[in-house]
Design a protein around this ligand. Sequence first.
Ligand SMILES: *[C@@H]1O[C@H](CO)[C@@H](O)[C@H](O)[C@H]1NC(C)=O
Ligand SMILES: *[C@@H]1O[C@H](CO)[C@@H](O)[C@H](O)[C@H]1NC(C)=O
Ligand SMILES: *[C@@H]1O[C@H](CO)[C@@H](O)[C@H](O)[C@H]1NC(C)=O
Ligand SMILES: *[C@@H]1O[C@H](CO)[C@@H](O)[C@H](O)[C@H]1NC(C)=O
Length: 337
Amino acid sequence: MRSLLLLPLWALLQAWGSSEVPQRLFPFRCLQISSFANSSWTRTDGLARLGELQTHAWSNGSATVRFLKPWSWGKFSNRQWDMLQHILRVYRTSFTRDVQEFVKMLRLAYPVELQLSAGCEVRPGNASENFLHIAHEGNHILSFQGTSWEPAPKAPVWINEVISVLNYDQGTRETVQWLLNDTCPQLVTGLLEAGKSELEKQVKPEAWLSSGPSPGPGRLLLVCHVSGFYPKPVWVRWMRGEQEQPDTLHSDLLPNADETWYLRATLDVMAEKAAGLSCRVTHSSLEGQDIILHWGGSGTSLGLIILAVLVCLVSLLALIVAWRLWLRRYCSYQDIL
Ligand SMILES: *[C@@H]1O[C@H](CO)[C@@H](O)[C@H](O)[C@H]1NC(C)=O
Ligand SMILES: *[C@@H]1O[C@H](CO)[C@@H](O)[C@H](O)[C@H]1NC(C)=O
Ligand SMILES: *[C@@H]1O[C@H](CO)[C@@H](O)[C@H](O)[C@H]1NC(C)=O
Ligand SMILES: *[C@@H]1O[C@H](CO)[C@@H](O)[C@H](O)[C@H]1NC(C)=O
């Protein structure tokens, strides 16, 4: 009876969920790193990510892009992939040659380090956005916008010479537009479909507390570790009751080897103020059941560990003494006999 009553509510929530809750977006990014040590030594490596997951890798030594996920082929046929791999090989060779020529023409100095970031994001309703940016020594120098190459706002003046050469090459500009406007969204639509369950997986965090190096006399550094969660968005705060502690500091989000994330939230407090503080973790995988860990007063977990080790040592010592006593008594009985 009760479940029947709840049914319309459930249906309503489902309908509301599908139309109102914004769909999570998974931008597709290809990253290329090209190093030119001198006029003869060069290497180019690449990788691609969909959202937070790495899908493809391309090392300098390999003629083809490597597929890192069982769904990295998306919905492209073998023929489409063969064609794409061929285009990428040609691209890598021309890119290397062109950069070497630009360095000569502009009398730039080696080593030269270039990073390229390109990709697209498919939005609900089939709209897509794309981008292609190139950085030199970590500074953004040019982008592809719509139909042509454009300098970045703070690029060095020599970039204008590069841009006029690049924009003169209509064939390449058309290929870039085709890759960005058509190929990329098609590939991503297929990847989103094929990789749906892995992309939308939810992995729960584990959390634990420790104390960091003392920030000063009479002070404590409380550390809340949160690890093993996916996806990335997470909320971690030190709290006193329901009161957020605004001095909470967060580490960078660091990747674990298994495509989950790690984050640390620290709070510097007077030792006597530590009792009553707790660390609160909110994450989509917890479905509203936040993790709350209470700081155990001044006896930190390090203190507990030391205590445990001491107890072990003392028991071991007692055991040895008892064994020796027993041995001595036994031996002396034997001597008497
Ligand atoms: C070019 O750089 C590589 C790697 O740093 C080095 O091993 C090589 O000797 C250099 N070649 C020349 C001609 O300087
Ligand atoms: C990178 O690949 C190119 C082309 O295959 C090759 O000529 C070059 O020696 C490679 N670089 C390194 C450092 O292995
Ligand atoms: C590609 O998209 C850009 C807008 O992002 C547009 O200006 C351009 O005409 C498109 N090119 C082709 C060949 O579809
Ligand atoms: C979405 O775009 C793909 C190609 O990117 C096209 O084949 C498909 O028909 C489009 N779907 C809709 C609903 O517009």
